[in-house]
Design a protein around this ligand. Structure first.
Ligand code: 3HC
Length: 308
């Protein structure tokens, strides 16, 4: 079931019993209200969890709240969710700039802040200081394995990656990645929460840069960029091939625009810096777009142009 079908059925998984709900997880705090954070928070609220989405930036918080209210209204208008379920989800979610009091009652924290390691480490140290001892601290990072932040906490056994995909209210996969010190209970609890959100957990037994899905996507993207750079086909036609020959919902160029050329570039650059592997270096065309500030849908211009 999707998160919405789950809510429509009136069986909020977070209330179905602790085995399903993820080892006693009832209350979730999402740190970061960007494109990912807000949708992760909404998915959690729809699934029955008491949820807080927190960001340091008040403007971002307000934008996230408006966006998620309008998403819920859209679900009702489309007949995808009934009004009672939408109202209940809205009751369960709060948007705020304050870490407290939500952090003091959180069973699971999902960090979805900017992909800067020093920022993440500072966040994890603060979360560790304020969160209940039993709370799991997960990162949605697609760049950094949680070993990069676990040692900023006194609970490395309760730290892992919980990696969602954009748009997080739609995409079903959630990568659950353990580092050396993550406990089995932690990964199982996080996987159970993902299932309760209507997602399909993909379990990684070790950290690898890019995890699984972004590595697959990266391989396709690199080949697409190469074909385009060599003049083999237009980027529009390469997208056509991915959609109509391979059945992908989006071509690689459209997908870069959706994810953000900045995000795609920064992930690749960070991976290159982590591994030192020349093959991981961002493609020059990707770098060109990044330097030009053409980030895709969010700026109105990426590979394609968008009305904003
Ligand atoms: N937010 C929430 N819901 C959205 C949405 C968004 N931004 N965009 C689309 N949707 C919903 C629509 O409301 C619709 O829901 P419904 O069918 O229940 O009414 C459903 O998705 C389908 O939308 P559309 O009919 O408008 O359009 P499409 O059928 O073309 O689907 C898509 C849009 C879901 C984005 C689809 O094109 C797709 O799956 N694209 C691939 C996305 C992908 O690969 N994501 C992974 C990116 S990699 C990543 O995130 C990793 C990170 O580390 C960077």
């Amino acid at each position: 079931m999707t998160t919405n079908e789950t809510a429509r059925a009136g069986t909020a998984p977070g209330e179905q019993g602790q085995a399903d709900a993820g080892a006693g997880v009832r209350s979730i705090l999402v740190v970061g209200s960007g494109a990912m954070g807000r949708q992760i928070g909404m998915a959690a609220a729809v699934a029955g969890y008491t949820t807080t989405v927190r960001d340091v930036d008040a403007t971002a918080v307000a934008a996230a709240e408006r966006d998620m209210r309008s998403w819920l209204d859209g679900r009702v208008a489309k007949g995808r969710m009934d009004q009672d379920a939408a109202d209940a989800a809205w009751e369960r979610i709060a948007f705020t700039t304050d870490l407290e009091p939500a952090i003091t009652t959180a069973d699971l924290v999902i960090e979805a802040a900017t992909e800067k390691l020093d920022v993440k480490r500072a966040i994890f140290a603060e979360l560790d200081r304020l969160a209940p001892k039993h709370a799991i601290l997960a990162t949605n990072s697609s760049t950094y394995g949680s070993s990069a932040v676990a040692d900023a906490t006194g609970r490395p056994d309760k730290v892992c990656n919980m990696h969602f995909f954009n748009p997080a209210l739609v995409m079903k996969a959630v990568e659950v990645v353990r580092q050396e010190r993550t406990s089995e209970d932690t990964v199982q609890a996080v996987a159970a929460v993902a299932r309760a959100m209507g997602k399909v957990p993909v379990m990684l037994h070790q950290e690898v840069p890019g995890f699984v899905a972004n590595r697959l996507m990266g391989a396709l993207r690199d080949e697409a960029l190469d074909l385009y750079a060599k003049g083999v086909a237009s980027f529009e036609d390469i997208d056509e091939a991915a959609r109509n020959a391979l059945g992908h919902p989006m071509g690689p160029f459209e997908l870069m625009d959706l994810v953000g050329l900045d995000v795609s570039y920064l992930i690749r650059q960070a991976t290159y810096e982590l591994t030192g592997d020349e093959a991981e270096k961002p493609h020059p065309l990707l770098e060109e777009k990044y330097r030009a500030g053409e980030y895709g849908r969010k700026t109105g211009q990426g590979w394609y142009r968008y009305d904003r």
